[in-house]
Design a protein around this ligand. Structure first.
Ligand SMILES: [Zn+2]
Length: 484
């Protein structure tokens, strides 16, 4: 570890918490994979890392589903939380904590941040009448509706009147304009402009609680048993409850106060993550998030994935068909970091075969077969620094382009074999020509080693297999099997 690396701040990276009313979605699989690569890359450069993910488990939508099925609510969320936790193995994730919003420590944190915002004068109670979409767990404006229905749920919202607590977002108009005015607090840049424009139009206070009679599956409002916290106010707190907050020392100090904080989220999350959450932090006297990176949606065949269209591709389907490492490859290389992406089963098969079976897998097999047959000893390889361009691609969240760099090297390896034809030289009667052939193979093994070093943060198990093959001078078992 050199001095420059040592001086880099600890990294805190977190995904959003998926809502546990359905099995894991491919969009979340992408998000958590990006977080995993950022975490692995930072650890590899000697930084301390805290990688957070987990599940959002409160709200009336979940309570209703559990009740309909006649299941105990906690047992119901336990089941789904487990489906998400299993992604650790399925996707090869390296997260440090899996926070659940039903954890006792999280509930304490949510109530503490509430009290802090209350003490700051940012929480007040008022009567409110509005159109409420149960699917969204949110009040809707007329302008949000299409033909009188919530466009996300295709259901007409119910008009309800109740007394709720409100958060004075309007107090943070100036602050948020200043915060969002800082370059780099949102990636991509055009989305920061979008958020800034939204704030400049004027902010309205938002409701942060429901009457207990309407919402009884959530965290009670401190000192008012008739009200339960709005699920977003509760869930957003996970980003610090996972670090042990309200305990100010330990992980919270190291990773939030003194570290670099990066949050990942989908493009529909800007108002929650970059506006509401940032105002809550400011109100509670806590440092704001350094950077929030928003990714697009993954569609299939030009349409949003939905059960009714039958075009839902689940992460577990990919893991079963292609395996963990190939699933990492398929999502990280073929989903754009910021724009919407389109995947279909046909395209996935095509990418898998062309790039993993015939590309990477084939190069490793050819080179290591020649090495195993013609080299008496394993090739001595040395670790070298990872290419700067590659590290930059990861730091700037262009993981697809980081993969492109690796595939350029795979292409160069193939071209070198094509040009030098080592398999012919190795069969020569002339000892000098054979030596030349062996030298080419040794160079190719060195080249594979460089490729494996770059693959480490993206496809860690594949990198390990390649390194082991080089160390033992043996062609590995089929890295990527053919699919039917
Ligand atoms: Zn809705």
């Amino acid at each position: 570890m050199n001095e420059a690396k040592k001086s880099e701040k600890p990294l805190y990276v977190t995904t959003t918490l998926p809502y546990v009313n359905a099995d894991p979605h491919i969009g979340f699989a992408y998000e958590v994979l990006v977080a995993d690569v950022l975490a692995r890359s930072a650890r590899a450069s000697g930084r301390e890392v805290f990688f957070n993910t987990g599940t959002d488990e409160h709200g009336q939508k979940i309570a209703r589903k559990a009740d309909e099925k006649g299941e105990d609510r906690q047992a119901y969320v336990d089941h789904y939380a487990n489906e998400f936790k299993k992604l650790r193995e399925g996707l090869g994730l390296s997260f440090d904590n899996f926070i659940r919003t039903t954890d006792a420590t999280h509930k304490l944190a949510a109530q503490t941040i509430w009290r802090r915002c209350l003490e700051a004068g940012d929480i007040y109670k008022k009567s409110y009448t509005g159109l409420y979409c149960v699917g969204c767990e949110a009040f809707k404006k007329e302008s949000d509706l299409v033909d009188g229905k919530c466009p996300d749920h295709n259901v007409a919202p119910e008009e309800i009147t109740e007394e709720n607590y409100f958060f004075k977002l309007s107090n943070y108009q100036t602050f948020l304009e200043e915060y969002l005015g800082r370059e780099g607090v949102i990636e991509p840049e055009w989305r920061r402009q979008e958020a800034l424009n939204f704030v400049r139009q004027g902010l309205e206070d938002f409701s942060i609680s429901r009457e207990e009679s309407r919402l009884d599956w959530g965290i009670p409002v401190p000192e008012d048993a008739t009200q339960v916290m709005y699920v977003w106010f509760d869930a957003l707190t996970n980003y610090i409850s996972t670090l042990g907050w309200p305990e100010e020392e330990g992980n919270f100090r190291k990773f939030w106060q003194e570290g670099e904080v990066i949050q990942l989220a989908g493009k529909d999350q800007v108002r929650f993550q970059s506006i509401m959450w940032q105002a809550m932090l400011k109100s509670a006297g806590i440092k704001n998030t350094e950077k929030i990176v928003y990714h697009g949606f993954i569609n299939s065949g030009g349409q949003k994935m939905s059960k009714s269209l039958g075009n839902v591709i689940s992460p577990y389907e990919l893991i079963t068909r292609y395996g963990t490492e190939a699933t990492r490859y398929l999502l990280l290389r073929h989903v754009h970091p910021f724009d919407d992406a389109d995947v279909t089963r046909e395209k996935l098969d095509e990418w898998y075969t062309a790039n993993l079976v015939n590309g990477l897998g084939n190069l490793v097999a050819r080179v290591m077969k020649m090495a195993e047959t013609h080299l008496k000893e394993p090739v001595t390889v040395n670790s070298e620094a990872i290419e700067e361009g590659f590290v930059d691609k990861i730091k700037n969240h262009h993981l697809n382009e980081a993969f492109d760099l690796i595939f350029e090297h795979i292409g160069k390896g193939d071209a070198y074999i094509q040009d030098t034809q080592p398999f012919k030289l190795l069969k020569s009667e002339d000892e000098k020509v054979q030596v030349e052939g062996r030298e080419i193979v040794a160079k190719l093994v060195g080249h594979l080693y460089r490729i494996s070093e770059h693959l480490e943060v993206l496809m860690p198990e594949t990198a390990k297999v390649i390194k082991e093959a080089i160390k033992t001078n043996k062609k590995p078992e089929n890295l990527f099997g053919r699919i039917d």
